[in-house]
Design a protein around this ligand. Structure first.
Ligand code: KG4
Ligand code: ZN
Length: 348
């Protein structure tokens, strides 16, 4: 079965072709094309929705063409189109959806609508390094979301924890903005943090102390806005902060990681999860990948840890095609006339 995935929920225009063995669920990614608008939005310090939508309009057809030619298949071979329904920016989502509506009509193909967060979850189902055992616990951390999700053997999902304010990626982006480091903040903060770690090898600690919000709260929710404010106050008190940017980045990143890892381990213990997975744009963070993997190995017995390959961490369409396949096994396709975006689509 060949699936064309389309993703335009934020500032990446993406198309992918995957080949799925319907019996085994084995997935081969034949192409995964991403046209990123990061450089365009960098000068504004964040994504400008109107600009993003216009760029999607320009990029979507060339990106789909490239996905088809790289996969060396003709549109006639496609069995299903999977498209992001939401959540995301309404005008960005609409570009992808209207393109899919036209293609579904012109090519006469069935369409499955996909929740973007489920896309991130299913990025772990693309050639996993080890078996996925259920119940699985998935920490999904992106620019817009921070969720702890439990998935049962029927792949039914339940949110057991979420952020009460900023998402983890948003915390990285806002922290970087305060330190005038540019956009998106995650990769930049992690680069400075790694520099600090290299200079202070073994177990680096920092003289800067930031809080670990809600780490010991009796639930699995997160809150990052207080951490951001704590960073702001520290910077205001320190006349010399610009000479210690690497140390601030190290402590700020570590505070975010400590909370994410601590809560995930507690949730895994409480729920009896057999596999722990990490996903979303923030899962590109090397230190988070290492810390969570180590914690799972040291603190949970007989639990395996999975994380997507780097190319499937930030927004991409291979994850949408993959989630599309698993959604298709349980749900009906949507007629092209009924396709509709939902910018605040909830996980069910
Ligand atoms: O999943 P994603 O591409 O888009 C959303 O669905 O939101 O995630 C983007 C987020 C941004 O906030 C970005 O700063 C963060 O992922 N991110 C990182 C890293 N790479 C991207 N955060 C921490 N470390 C990274 N290496
Ligand atoms: Zn995303």
């Amino acid at each position: 079965m060949y699936i064309l995935g389309i993703e335009t929920s934020c500032d990446e225009t993406a198309a992918s072709i995957i080949k799925v063995d319907r019996k085994t669920g084995k997935i081969v990614v034949l192409s995964n094309i991403i046209s990123s608008q990061i450089e365009i939005h960098q000068k504004y310090g964040g994504v400008v929705p109107e600009v993003a939508a216009r760029e999607h309009v320009l990029n979507i057809l060339p990106v789909i063409d490239e996905a088809l030619s790289k996969a060396k298949i003709n549109q006639k071979n496609i069995n299903l189109i999977a498209v992001t329904k939401g959540p995301g920016l309404i005008t960005s989502l609409m570009t992808g959806m209207e393109t899919v509506r036209t293609l579904a009509f012109a090519w006469d193909k069935p369409v499955i609508e996909v929740n973007h967060i489920e896309g991130h979850i299913y990025s772990n189902f693309i050639n996993p390094e080890s078996k996925i055992n259920f119940p699985s616990l998935i920490l999904t951390v992106s620019g817009g979301h921070t969720n702890l999700i439990l998935m049962d053997k029927n792949r039914k999902i339940k949110i057991i924890g979420e952020t009460l304010d900023d998402a983890a990626g948003e915390a990285f982006d806002k922290g970087a903005k305060m330190m005038n480091l540019g956009y998106p903040g995650g990769p930049i903060v992690s680069k400075y943090a790694a520099q600090y770690q290299q200079k202070h090898s073994n177990i680096p600690t920092s003289n800067i102390q930031l809080p670990r919000p809600m780490l010991n709260a009796a639930n699995f929710n997160f809150s990052f806005s207080g951490l951001k404010t704590a960073l702001l106050y520290q910077l205001q008190k320190d006349d010399n902060w610009t000479s210690r940017t690497d140390e601030y980045c190290f402590e700020y990143q570590q505070a975010i990681i400590d909370v994410l890892v601590g809560k995930t381990i507690k949730a895994a213990q409480k729920t009896g999860a057999k596999t722990v997975m990490l996903s979303g744009g923030v899962s590109a963070n090397t230190e988070l990948r290492v810390c969570l993997k180590n914690a799972v190995t040291q603190k949970l017995s007989k639990v395996n840890f999975l994380v997507p390959k780097h190319e499937y961490t930030t927004d991409n369409a291979a994850m949408i095609a993959t989630a599309g396949f698993f959604t298709y096994l349980k749900h009906k396709t949507t007629n092209f006339s009924k396709l509709k975006v939902d910018p605040s689509l909830q996980l069910k």
